[in-house]
Design a protein around this ligand. Sequence first.
Ligand SMILES: Nc1nc2c(ncn2[C@@H]2O[C@H](COP(=O)(O)OP(=O)(O)OP(=O)(O)O)[C@@H](O)[C@H]2O)c(=O)[nH]1
Length: 278
Amino acid sequence: MSEILPFLGSGLIIFGAFLLAIAMTLVWKIIGLLPKGRLQHSWFFLLLLILFFVISYCLYAKYSYVNISVTADIVVPIIFFLGAIFVYIVCNLSLKTTRDIMQIYILKQENNTDPLTGIFNRRYLDNYLNKETTKAQSFTLPLSVCLIDIDHFKNINDNYGHPVGDLVLKSIAKNIKESLRDSDVLTRYGGEEFVVVLPGTQVSTSYKLAERLRKNIESLQVAIPGKSGQNELTVKVTISIGVTELSLECKDYMCLIKNADTALYRAKNNGRNQVFIC
Ligand SMILES: Nc1nc2c(ncn2[C@@H]2O[C@H](COP(=O)(O)OP(=O)(O)OP(=O)(O)O)[C@@H](O)[C@H]2O)c(=O)[nH]1
């Protein structure tokens, strides 16, 4: 029995070092998944710490091979081995958890994003505007909404085809997004309609912003592919916008959208390419 004890002791420690080396590859994968920053640095520190343990285990294996002679001496290698299993399990679970959290994050993003334009979708708007109206009322802050509709968009689809219509939608969404502040939220309300939520903004300011958006789109030239073999073409579009704000008479999401829709209807009826307030 006493002859196999040194083999057993150093065998356990070498196997422990092997498990730690595998744990290091798991930590490396975690580092690759994380964004640059402090958390990534902390995992890098842990990686170095495990490397230190791998070296120490190897050195100790050499020592235990010479010094283990009685059964009681095997306790330390067993503890080393269990320690390595512990580190391996923690790193493995951390990698799985990181992957799961990233998956949840991606799903949440997809759930709130319009796939065509890449901006927020109606689902996000419903949640966001409900939260913002409650917040604005609690702290008596202004809140405005712009409902934007592309004029005669059906003609674009009919004349150039649906893919070109999609291209125009994307260009308009991009142009509007680039004209807004970070605190303003652009969403695709549906079809060729967009909603901009402007927290902390009074309707007079929102009107000026809406006018700026309208002019930007008016001067936008969307490049589209020409029909079979022809050169690139450009199409021009205009937008109509209905603007409204939260007030004592209009206190919720439904009312804001209803009033913005009324203003939009007036802009359309008045000849389109205009901004109206309700
Ligand atoms: N290409 C494309 N077209 C869409 C999409 N969603 C809605 N549309 C089209 O948008 C058009 C909207 O047409 P209408 O509601 O008649 O409005 P309009 O032609 O813009 O006319 P006004 O709003 O009255 O100025 C329809 O032809 C829809 O098929 C989309 O995701 N892609």
